[in-house]
Design a protein around this ligand. Structure first.
Ligand code: KG4
Ligand code: ZN
Length: 334
């Protein structure tokens, strides 16, 4: 079946068309188009929700048209529409949700609403050359700009939340720390780049909640520690690199310890990573090297927000909802 996936939960406008045939196989991406308003957010040092939604209104239809064109398809050939209905920014979510509802009303297409966080995990079910095979039960780690969550996936559709951040998400902490270090938005990829020339041991930041008995996280204390350090320094380019390295190591250490602990407790047969922060090379490599079970990580283009992961999540958890019963839900959790 051909599924058109729409993603507009934050600042990206993503539309993708996938071809899915069997739940035993991964899905094939026919097109994956992303329109980003990142340059605007770089100038404001972060996302102003109203700005993001205004850009998405402009991008939505051209992105949809481009995705169809790239896949050499027309709307008449599409079997189903998948759309992110939460969590996210309300104005942004509404752009995608209302587009999906309109497609359903005008073209009689079924709509499958998708939880964005589950979408990130299902980026691991996209057919690629390098990716391994997810095996259930699996532990999922969703690390993005808005979320840091550990979930137990017993099988498709059977997901249990086991822990998450009590304050800042890992990506959010990187973005805020990036700002303290005068790096461009979003901080995550810039911290990763700066860390490459960082010297180990020059700074010493906490690993918050690394030893706690639960599966929760907290990153606001790390941000506060960097704030204090930056305030006591005349920040040099080398300091920025050294601090970036220690911040990256602190976040990666905590994420890995908690994820491996969850995998062991729940006897997981694989670990599935997802979300923007899983584009981080140190996290990818260290978790893969330390884990006793296979670690499946999407290629970097499918780590950050995209329509293909939403279409994939819809296929494996297929549940059509009448268009007039679908509402954007910015506070949606698992
Ligand atoms: O999943 P995503 O695209 O959007 C949300 O759902 O939030 O994640 C965006 C987050 C941002 O916080 C960004 O700084 C972080 O992912 N990120 C990274 C990297 N690339 C993106 N963090 C660390 N290393 C990276 N290479
Ligand atoms: Zn996301």
């Amino acid at each position: 079946m051909l599924i058109l996936g729409i993603e507009t939960s934050c600042d990206e406008t993503g539309v993708s068309i996938i071809n899915a045939s069997s739940r035993q196989e991964k899905v094939e991406v026919l097109s994956n188009v992303l329109s980003s308003s990142l340059p605007i957010h770089s100038t404001t040092g972060g996302i102003i929700p109203e700005n993001a939604a205004r850009e998405q209104l402009k991008y939505m239809i051209p992105t949809l048209e481009q995705a169809l064109k790239k896949a050499n398809l027309t709307l008449e050939k599409i079997d189903s529409v998948a759309v992110t209905y939460g969590p996210g920014l309300i104005g942004s979510l509404l752009v995608g949700v209302e587009t999906a509802k309109t497609l359903s009303f005008t073209k009689s297409l079924p709509v499958v609403p998708v939880n964005h966080l589950i979408g990130h995990v299902y980026a691991n079910f996209i057919k690629t050359e390098s990716n391994g095979e997810p095996i259930f039960p699996a532990i999922g780690l969703v690390v993005s700009g808005g979320h840091t969550d550990l979930i137990l996936i017993k099988e498709h559709g059977k997901i249990k939340w086991i822990g998450g951040t009590r304050d800042d998400a890992a990506g959010e902490a990187m973005d805020k720390i990036g700002r303290l270090l005068q790096l461009p938005y979003p901080g995550g990829p810039h911290i990763e780049k700066a860390a490459l020339s960082g010297r180990p041991g020059k700074f010493n930041f906490p690993r918050p909640m690394i030893g706690s008995a639960d599966f929760d996280f907290s990153f606001s204390g790390l941000k506060a520690a960097v704030y204090r350090e930056v305030n006591s320094l005349k920040l040099s380019p080398q300091d920025i690199s050294d601090i970036s390295l220690e911040v990256e190591e602190s976040i990666v250490d905590v994420l890995i310890v908690k994820t491996l602990k969850a995998a062991s407790k729940y006897d997981a047969k694989s670990i599935l990573l997802g979300g923007g922060v899983s584009a981080n090379q140190k996290l990818r490599e260290t978790l893969t090297n330390k884990s006793p079970v296979p670690v499946i990580i999407p290629p970097k283009i499918f780590c950050t927000d995209n329509g293909a992961m939403i279409a994939a999540a819809a296929f494996y958890n297929y549940k059509e909802i009448p268009w007039n019963k679908i509402d954007a839900n910015p506070g949606l959790h698992f």
